[in-house]
Design a protein around this ligand. Structure first.
Ligand code: ADP
Ligand code: MG
Length: 262
């Protein structure tokens, strides 16, 4: 089982969209994928067709499981099947009070280390909130690999820089094995000169080998999300569907190379 955190210190950079659509792509290829929603907005449930009310009443969420110092099997107990083939969800707790997480930064790491869980899934995708350090650190601490969606725009670029600082802190504190899986340009319009210049800047700062193929701007992405379906299913011939397919190919290639090397 490999664990990938999806993160950027800025909101609206396509993290949740990437999580849901990559999970669907990999699920469709026969991988057993668990999406862990660390963002208390709980939007992964919407994109995966469960709706915000899709979590059974009193079911709790991943935040409760990792914050209460609850036994780690609590995470396994709250995993829900989704209508998306090959994809399960550990839903967010949308009523979670953030103060309760300060001491639980290693909670998710502990929960994902359990052998029963590692046997049940091939891949875990962790969606993270942009700004709550404790939750973001919990996600980064639990991950083997980091995927960074960014909008080729100056403000998003700041978010990438700030994230890099947090990643260094987590690597030296408790997760020395954390590696960058890739930088994913989203909502890219390659004809815009500024976008191209900024993507080139990221590729220069972090290495062009770390860049993933871009997901172009496509209204179908938002439509599909609102309809609770991955874009590969909602609009299979759209350019976003084509792009996420190509990103999934490259993500799998990198994960397989990482596994072979370990
Ligand atoms: N490739 C794309 N084309 C058009 N809109 C997109 C694309 N990717 C994401 N979006 C839209 O951008 C907004 C922010 O995306 P989201 O995944 O929620 O970001 P984050 O999780 O980083 O806050 C959403 O409304 C989403 O539908
Ligand atoms: Mg999000």
């Amino acid at each position: 089982m490999q664990v990938v955190a999806v993160a950027n210190r800025k909101g609206g950079t396509g993290k949740t969209t990437a999580c849901v659509n990559l999970a669907a792509e990999l699920g469709a290829r026969g991988h057993r994928v668990l999406v862990v929603d660390l963002d208390t907005q709980g939007h992964c449930a919407i994109g995966l067709g469960l709706g915000l009310g899709g979590t059974p009443r009193g079911h709790g969420g991943v935040h409760q499981a990792i914050a209460d110092g609850a036994p780690a099997q609590a995470l396994e107990a709250l995993i829900l099947p989704t209508p998306v083939a090959g994809v399960w969800l550990a839903p967010a707790d949308t009523r979670f009070e953030h103060g309760r997480l300060q001491d639980a930064q290693d909670g998710l790491r502990a929960a994902l280390a359990r052998p029963a869980l590692r046997a049940r899934f091939d891949l875990v995708l962790i969606d993270t909130p942009p700004s709550l350090d404790a939750l973001l650190i919990a996600g980064l601490s639990a991950a083997d690999r980091l995927l960074v969606p960014f909008v080729p725009h100056p403000l998003s670029f700041d978010g990438v820089r700030q994230l890099a600082r947090l990643v260094f802190a987590v690597v030296s504190r408790n997760n020395p094995g954390l590696r960058i899986l890739g930088f994913l340009p989203v909502m890219a319009a390659s004809h815009v000169r500024q976008h191209r210049a900024l993507a080139a800047q990221v590729s220069q700062d972090f290495g062009s080998a770390r860049m993933l193929p871009p997901v172009r701007m496509d209204i179908r992405v938002a439509e599909a999300f609102g309809a609770g379906r991955p874009v590969r299913d909602y609009a299979p011939r759209s350019r976003a569907s084509e792009d996420f397919h190509a990103v999934a190919d490259e993500v799998l290639r990198r994960l397989e190379a990482a596994q072979a090397a370990s």
